[in-house]
Ligand binder design. Structure first.
Ligand code: GNR
Ligand code: NI
Length: 173
């Protein structure tokens, strides 16, 4: 089932999310709903707070269908960056909670991430390039952080004002 995506500013997008303790069928259904919502958007990642659920759960798939890559949906419970490279990388980031706004953000180029998969198995993997950017962007969501928090205050304020207007216009329509 597709779920509505919250638009910034929303207090739920600023909260620290709670670790998941027991993997239930309810959480697995939530993960499937998030993948459906992400692919439908379309996006390359989605964090639970973006659909108003304050649990530490993210999904992502950065496989480039254009380049003939097979889909690779990843579901991560309690994801953690356990190592990051000194080397940095700049990507033009966007966010489904901040529609049509893009800005360059610098982050570690390579990260090692640990997480629990949908069966509760502990996983660890090294991510590079767009995958590394995306997984860091998603984990930030679990700590109430958006990519615009890396921008200069004036630019952030400009984007936030646009989003306030967008939400007002949507509420009127
Ligand atoms: O779909 C998305 N694209 C994207 C592009 C560059 C860097 C990060 C992202 S994540 C974003 C989906 C989203 O908002 N996830 O939280
Ligand atoms: Ni986002």
């Amino acid at each position: 089932m597709k779920r509505p995506i919250l638009i910034h500013p929303d207090p739920r997008l600023k909260k620290i999310c709670a670790p998941v303790s027991d993997l239930s069928d309810k959480l697995r259904v939530l993960a499937d709903d998030m993948l459906e919502t992400m692919y439908d958007a379309p996006g390359i990642g989605l964090a639970a707070p973006q659909i108003g659920v304050l649990d530490r759960l993210i999904v992502l798939d950065c496989a480039k269908a254009d380049d003939g890559e097979e889909p690779r949906p990843l579901v991560m419970f309690n994801p953690q960056v356990v190592a990051s490279s000194d080397e940095r990388n700049t990507y033009e980031e966007g966010c489904l909670s901040i529609p049509d706004q893009y800005a360059e953000v610098e982050r570690p180029k390579v990260v090692d991430v640990e997480w629990l998969d949908r069966d509760g198995n502990l996983k660890r993997e090294t991510f590079d390039g767009l995958w590394a950017t995306c997984v860091q962007h998603e984990i930030d969501h679990l700590d109430g952080k958006l990519f615009i928090d890396y921008l200069k205050p004036l630019k952030r304020q400009m984007i936030t004002r646009k989003m306030v207007k967008l939400k007002r216009d949507r509420a009127r329509a």
